[in-house]
Design a protein. Sequence first.
Length: 114
Amino acid sequence: MEWYLQAWRNYNKFDGRSRRTEFWMFFLINIGVSFALGMVEAMFGSPGFLSWLYSLVVLVPAVAVGIRRLHDIGKPGLWIIGIFIPLLNLVILFFMTQDSQPGSNEYGPNPKGL
């Protein structure tokens, strides 16, 4: 849970680096929350306002943690745009699974402390 909260604490930081754990915990917990909201809305026949609002709230932190994750593997944050391009989004997904670049890089020190 700490990794998820870490992403929220750094919601507006687009520089620096994020570990795999921070990115994936943020991603997976948000999928779970979105699924739960969708289930609740479906039970009550809601038009999806809560899911839409949650997606809007989580948009900036999700982009920020994605950019920091790309920085962690030594890629420019602008590559985050690749998630909207078919097939390139699979490459970005692959990048998100890579281990941190050892030592410091141009984006800062290794968040693992190595």
